[in-house]
Design a protein around this ligand. Structure first.
Ligand code: AMP
Length: 390
């Protein structure tokens, strides 16, 4: 989802830009100012309560703001996200917005701040007064509103600066010029949204081969915990020494090790399109861990590609691998292979349920021809990229 808060002092042009943005990106538009003006016109209890504050150029209390927003978030199921205009307007409201979005299982993408000097703002609002007849567009009320902005609203900027979500836009120029600046920024932000894909399936399903090839194709970073652990063992690092006995028996290495390795790999990569994980998560606990690791990047698992492969095919492939230089210690005899398949099958169900409940699971027939499978998965990734970038 693309959730934007359009920010700026009164008269910066938020309303004008917001309407154009909502249309271009198909967003549900929420203007607290518009809602309040309607409540006043309709003489509702909220309106009666807010009237005087607004007419004096003050800020309506947070309690009222939360309630009017909750009443008016009628998300059109086809909309791509929400555009907030005039909210958050206090530091507390920034927290409130986070809470509201968490409740909707989403988050704010960015705060776009229209920056316009004070003299220009006053001129614009005085001009608007004659056109729109707004009760709060009078000289001394305008001064009050700007004072409220300087003392209470400006702090919102710090909240989003800390999260790297604050984007300042020069608000001087024609409507179209400012709109172009804003949309250029949004396109940039959209292009930075990560797509994170987990490849799932029994050993021998061909996850590694597919995942590596697709990571290359889509310019994503391939993260195979198994590969990283084998490297640590080969290089006899501290982590490698701890992991070695687990690796030899085909057991899961302690989560701490996988976490360290994934953290390291994630930290190395900036300006990328997303990650492809293979071999992690292999337990439900690790599925939670992965959620936490990606949350640090303000991201999450986007899709889980489940390669449903028959046990027979897994057995055939693993036995074949045991005869190559690529053989793993746990591929060597049928008994070990079967033990491993059994253990993994038990764990898989829980992980698959976890992602299915979040609507992230995509099933593929892992017995299909690898080339056909490659095309099907590539197609799914391509569509997912389009979805997050639209
Ligand atoms: P606007 O149309 O956004 O300029 O809002 C007009 C007036 O409505 C403001 O001066 C405030 O009195 C009130 N208002 C709008 N949004 C908020 C908000 N998020 N918090 C408090 N008061 C608000």
């Amino acid at each position: 989802m693309l959730n934007i808060a359009l920010f700026g002092p009164p008269g910066a042009g938020k309303g004008t830009q917001a309407k154009k943005l909502a249309e271009k990106y198909n967003l549900t538009y929420i203007s607290t100012g518009d809602i309040l003006r309607k409540e006043i016109a309709d003489k509702t209890p909220f309106g009666l309560q807010a009237k005087e504050v607004i007419e004096q150029g003050g800020l309506v209390c947070d309690e009222t703001i939360v309630q009017i927003i909750e009443n008016s978030i009628n998300m059109n199921p086809d909309s791509n996200g929400i555009l907030f205009d005039g909210f958050p307007r206090t530091y507390a409201q920034a927290y409130i917005l986070d809470g509201l979005l968490i409740k909707m299982n989403t988050k704010l993408s960015c705060l776009i701040s229209l920056e316009v000097p004070k003299d220009e703002l006053i001129g614009r609002m005085m001009a608007r007064a004659s056109k729109e007849n707004r009760a709060d567009d009078k000289k001394e009320i305008i001064e009050n509103r700007l004072h409220e902005y300087d003392t209470k609203t400006v702090q919102v900027i710090d909240y989003y600066k800390d999260q790297g979500k604050y984007y300042a836009i020069d608000g001087i120029g024609t409507v179209d010029e400012v709109f172009e600046r804003v949309t250029d920024r949004i396109e940039e932000i959209l292009s930075q949204t990560l797509l994170n894909v987990v490849f799932f399936g029994p050993p021998g399903a061909g996850k590694g081969t597919q995942a590596k090839r697709l990571a290359k194709k889509f310019n994503m970073v391939y993260i195979s915990t198994g590969e990283m652990i084998r490297k640590e063992v080969a290089e006899q690092t501290e982590l490698g020494k701890i992991a070695k006995p687990y690796l030899e028996t085909g057991d899961i290495v302690p989560d701490d090790i996988a976490i360290r390795l994934i953290e390291r790999k994630i930290a190395q990569h900036k300006n990328i399109k997303g990650f492809i994980f293979k071999g992690f998560p292999s337990t439900l606990v690790q599925a939670y861990i992965l959620g936490g690791l990606l949350k640090k990047l303000d991201s999450s698992v986007s899709l889980v590609m489940n390669m449903n492969t028959s046990t027979l095919l897994s057995l055939k492939r693993l036995t074949a691998r045991s005869k190559t230089p690529n053989a793993r210690s746990y591929d060597m005899d049928a008994e070990t292979i079967i033990h491993r398949l059994e253990v993994l099958q038990d764990r898989s169900c829980k992980i698959l349920d976890f992602y299915e409940q979040q609507d992230k699971l995509v099933n593929f027939n892992g017995n299909d021809d690898p080339e056909k499978l490659h095309e099907q998965i590539a197609d799914t990734i391509e569509k997912a990229f389009k979805e997050i970038r639209k």
